[in-house]
Design a protein around this ligand. Sequence first.
Ligand code: GDR
Length: 315
Amino acid sequence: MRKTALICGVSGQDGALLAKLLLTKGYKVVGQTRKLQSSYPNLMKLGLIGKVDVLACDLMDKKAVKEMLLDVEPDEIYNLSGQSSVGLSFEKPLETFESHTLPVANILEVMRSEKLNARFFNAGSGECYGNSDIAIEIGMPMQPISPYAMAKASALMLVERYREIYGVYACTGVLFNHESPLRGERFVTQKIISSAVQISKGQMDKLELGNLDVIRDWGWAEEYVEAMWLMLQRDKAEDFVIATGKPYSLEDFVKATFDALGLKWLDYVSSSERYMRGNEVHSNYGNPKALKEKTGWAASLKMKGVIKKMLEGQI
Ligand code: GDR
């Protein structure tokens, strides 16, 4: 029997990449978006227009969520919706909080009350664990220091408790930074790649960034959506870290990008207060060992591989 997947937040980077993956696996893919739009750039770039059934639903509205779930009857639900920029969450704290917690609460509550026979994946974030000098694993204490991280931490706890108390099949993939050419320029990797390419073509001469000392774990988004799918194929719902396990500084990322284009980064890049955050997580990287043990998944592309692929997507 052909399975049906419902992807909440189908128009974003991960939503579009997951839709592509599930279509190749033979799923019927229904994609939720807040409002119907005249175009879906990410779906278009992946050649998915007409292949995904896009529907509009306000995930903050429990009644609308219930109608959608009863109508679509999904076997698998993936929640990739919400305001995903940590930086922007300092300017829009409440909107960010609601955008990550209410949809999860509504989906879980409908699954519980209607006894839905569906499996639920929620996109979590390594950012919830705050600053850590060691690789983050499930079970470590969460220390959210941004509005975004507080929202994601609350959603993770909702999933955990609904699983524990009500036996709902629900799990969180604690995702670390994962990139692709579908990334918007609000995120630092796309900003660096796009600026470095323009600098190499003589169309730009300076790049201003914030804190270059931060340590992050950058992987390839296409591989991360595979991990999401694998998590829902298990008999038991469990939370996992989805990461490469390799920490790099932002300066490493900048240098490797400029090196790949034959440029000296120090000639072009500066650090400015303008791009610093109200509260910054200095070091944040994950330990993907548990996921590898349970599903065989491991990230094959690490930072330099990610840069190479992003440059290929740009030039
Ligand atoms: P992040 O991604 O906050 O880690 O969240 P982002 O690319 O925005 O920032 C990464 C790090 O780079 C520093 N930085 C800058 N960031 C931006 N955007 N622009 C700059 O000019 C700049 N200069 C330095 C940031 O301060 C930060 O430390 C991403 C998102 O995908 C989340 O949704 C996801 O949950 C986490 O990754 C894991």
